[in-house]
Every structure is written in C-alpha cells, then in structure tokens.
Ligand binder design. Structure first.
Ligand code: ATP
Length: 244
C-alpha cells in the first residue's frame, strides 16, 4: 500500500502541493485537476525527483522520503514520466535492457515485460526516436515495470494517444493492477481518467477538493457547472470547472 501523509512540496516560495494525504491500495487512483494543480509535482515527490518540505510517503508502512532518487526503484517505485525519457538513439530492446540492468543492480527481480506488452515485439529492434508517441509510451512503461515495482506512477498516461492505443495502454494498467500493483496516475482530463481509474482525486491549487469514483466526480462537476453563470467557459481542466 502507498500512503501519503501530510505532504507539502514547494518551489521557492510557491507551494505546489499543500498538506495532501491519500492512500492507494490494490487500485488505480488518478489525480485530476487543471494545469498547475500540483498533479505532476505530487508524482515527482513519490518518485524522488521533487524534494519535499514536509510529510511522509509510506510504502507498505516504510517511510521512503529519505531514500534518494536512484534508490527509489530499489524500494519498489516505478515512474513513467510525461515526457517518456527514453534513450532516443537506442533500440527498444536496448532501452529495456538498460532498465533491466538497473533493476538487477537495485536487487529487484526483473520481470518479463513482453507478457504485459506483447506489442513491443513488433518494434523491438527499432530506434526509439523512430517510434510513434504511443509506442514510445509503451517502451517507457516497459522500462518502469521491468523492475517489478510495487507502486507504479504514470504521468499523463493517455495524453496525445489515438483511441486504439489509449485502450491498449488502459488494458496494460488494468493487468498491472490485477498483478497486485498499486497505481497512482495524473491526468488533466477526467474523461481519460474514467477509462482506467477506480478512484479520482481532484486537486486544486495543490489541495484535495474532491475524491470519488470517476462517475461521482463527473456528476459533482456537472452539478457545479449547472450552478455557474451562463457564458462561462466550461472546458474541462480550465479554471472554474471543478467538482462542487
Ligand atoms: P500540468 O498538467 O500543467 O503539468 P500539474 O497539475 O501537473 O499541471 P504541476 O506541474 O505539479 O501541476 O505544477 C504545480 C505548480 O508548481 C504550478 O504552479 C507550477 O507552475 C509549479 N511548478 C511546477 N514545476 C516547477 C518547477 N520546476 N519550478 C518552479 N515551479 C514549478
């Protein structure tokens, strides 16, 4: 189980995540909210990329906040960043093998990623820079899960993906959950989160303002929109559009 307790993260004087507490236990939880709400920062704090001001991040009861970035994998945290972070000049096979070497060095039991991502086989020997965005996302997922993490973090998992690819990636997430992984994601779009999340946590200005199933959050949002003055911009993720 991943438990975040009273987490605060700031950049200089700007507080990006304010006293957030949440748990993820055998489920897929998705952080939603408009741009700048603090979703990516929260994931980066769990991944060890963003320094935290205060709070605890507990993985199966063990506080990992003092574990440095390069040791978070050893602790069982896998991270799929929004910008994929692949070695562009390397093939898919090489990208995955580098991650596998890292997993073994970290003392993790490496897993057969082809079982989760059989599609990889069709472009295994292609350079990463020549892949489509969706294929690159698959490679990034493979790199994160090869170390058999307990927790997997996905930032903007479905952003920019065509529908068929988005459905395939959702299936991968569901299979990982079935394997017992705790999964914490961030999506700007509630519609995208609805495709794979069990629960949505809505952030606004770094704070949790609503939690529930995607359907519950959507209905709260519709209620909020109904109460808004006519003429206001209702685009999801924009300022003013939030669950009530
Ligand atoms: P988006 O969907 O646009 O990525 P987000 O919800 O993920 O938004 P964050 O990227 O976590 O939000 O940003 C939260 C706040 O922290 C924003 O006000 C942002 O400007 C600020 N911020 C994020 N990264 C940095 C950084 N490296 N340096 C300074 N401020 C930052």
């Amino acid at each position: 189980m991943l438990a975040i307790d009273g987490l605060t993260v700031s950049y200089g004087t700007e507080i990006a995540v304010k006293n957030v507490s949440l748990t993820v236990s055998g489920e897929v939880v998705c952080l939603c909210g408009r741009n700048g709400a603090g979703k990516s920062t929260l994931l980066k704090a769990v991944a060890g990329i963003a320094d935290i001001d205060s709070g605890r991040i507990l993985l199966d009861g063990k506080n990992v906040v003092d574990i440095p970035l390069h040791k978070r994998l050893e602790a069982g945290i896998g991270y799929v960043p929004e910008d994929r972070k692949l070695f562009n000049e390397m093939t898919v096979r090489e990208n995955v093998e580098v991650a596998r070497i890292g997993a073994r060095a970290a003392g993790r039991k490496d897993m057969d990623v082809n079982e989760f991502l059989p599609e990889l086989a069709s472009f295994y020997d292609r350079k990463s820079k020549l892949l489509s965005g969706g294929q690159q996302k698959m490679v990034s997922i493979a790199r994160a899960i090869v170390a058999s993490p307990k927790v997997v973090l996905f930032d903007e998992l479905l952003e920019g993906l065509a529908q068929a690819m988005a459905f395939k990636i959702c299936d991968v997430v569901k299979r990982l959950k079935a394997e017992g992984k705790d999964i914490l994601c961030a999506e700007s779009s509630l519609d995208k989160a609805s495709l794979y999340a069990d629960r949505v946590i809505w952030l606004e200005q770094g704070k949790i303002v609503a939690m529930g199933t995607p359907a519950e959050i959507k209905s709260q949002m519709m209620e909020h929109i109904r109460k808004m003055p006519v003429g206001q911009d209702f685009r999801q993720g924009d300022e003013g559009c939030r669950p009530s």
